[in-house]
Design a protein around this ligand. Structure first.
Ligand SMILES: Nc1ncnc2c1ncn2[C@@H]1O[C@H](COP(=O)(O)OP(=O)(O)O)[C@@H](O)[C@H]1O
Ligand SMILES: [Mg+2]
Length: 281
């Protein structure tokens, strides 16, 4: 059995989505399914609409048409109360503004707990300390301000905040952008450890090939306003498609070829099971 065959329950289902800002169409007829428990990456050119798609899933942006179901529930017509409920179960690490600069790390992690729960001050403090330890930060980080931390520590603190409410789904928007290779490498391990121990489903927007190779079960490719293929990366790099060939050329291609040699299992009778070509279905 391949890993992929373990993921049989759809947790996010996007159908025929259209997103439009003014007269500019960002997504057209975009469909994608995310399975519970998987780590799926979204890749695509800058400006193709990856961050917007994440924001639409947690109802921070409204598409023009189509359907987005999360946990089987249509999210496009939720009441304010239902939207809060949805966000409680979806942790988000944003591409920009990972943390509030004027708050300490501990205060940052506590923000969702104050916003969404009635828990006592004491319990919130305990949860904050636990989340900070969970992401591998020292307890001393709690009292520090973002400006006093390294890039890697800020990203970890942002993950701690995204995990504050024990979400079922974790969204990470370019989590390793700007990190040095060692910091980015440690981040791979953090994501794997968290996914395994917390039973999370993870959706990552990334250009980081190491992350794509080391942590993802599948990769969804956004181009021309749609998800045109979803496949494990070992299968993706073998596809004869101009965008993919271009994407994996140069340094990316070299890394991909290297990883292919070292990481890709030989194809067997289950070879193509994780692949879905054509509009993310
Ligand atoms: N709120 C908005 N209003 C107008 N245009 C937007 C808005 N949000 C995003 N865009 C535009 O939509 C496109 C997709 O943006 P984004 O989702 O951030 O791309 P990506 O994350 O793939 O780089 C970009 O051209 C961006 O300028
Ligand atoms: Mg983005």
């Amino acid at each position: 059995m391949t890993n992929q065959t373990m993921f049989t329950e759809t947790i996010i289902e996007i159908n025929k989505l259209r997103t439009q800002f003014g007269t500019t169409v960002i997504h057209e007829n975009l469909s994608l399914r995310v399975q519970r428990g998987e780590i799926i990456a979204l890749i695509g050119d800058s400006g193709v609409g990856k961050s917007t798609l994440l924001r639409e899933i947690i109802v921070l942006e409204k598409p023009a048409a189509g359907s987005i179901k999360v946990f089987g529930i249509e999210v496009l017509n939720l009441s304010d109360k239902q939207t809060l409920w949805l966000r409680r179960h979806c942790g988000m690490m944003f591409q920009q503004g990972a943390l509030f600069n004027s708050l300490t790390v501990g205060e940052n992690v506590a923000v969702p707990l104050y916003e969404h729960t009635q828990l006592s001050e004491r319990l919130i403090k305990e949860i904050v300390a636990f989340k900070i330890a969970l992401v591998g930060l020292p307890a001393s980080a709690k009292k520090k301000y973002p400006a006093q931390l390294s890039g890697g520590m800020i990203k970890r603190a942002a993950v701690a905040r995204a995990l504050a409410l024990d979400p079922n789904i974790l969204f990470l928007d370019e989590p390793t952008a700007g990190l040095d290779p060692i910091g980015a490498g440690a981040f791979d391990e953090l994501i794997l450890r968290l996914t395994e121990s917390l039973g999370l489903t993870v959706v990552i927007v990334t250009h980081d090939l190491d992350l794509l190779w080391k942590v993802t079960n599948r990769v969804a490719v956004l181009a021309d306003k749609q998800v045109f293929v979803v496949a494990p990366i070992c299968e993706l790099i073998q596809l004869d498609h101009p965008w993919l060939q271009n994407y994996f050329q140069g340094p990316r291609g070299r890394a991909a070829r290297f990883n292919k040699i070292t990481n890709c299992p030989e194809r067997n009778e289950e070879g193509n099971r994780g692949m879905e070509i054509g509009n993310g279905k």
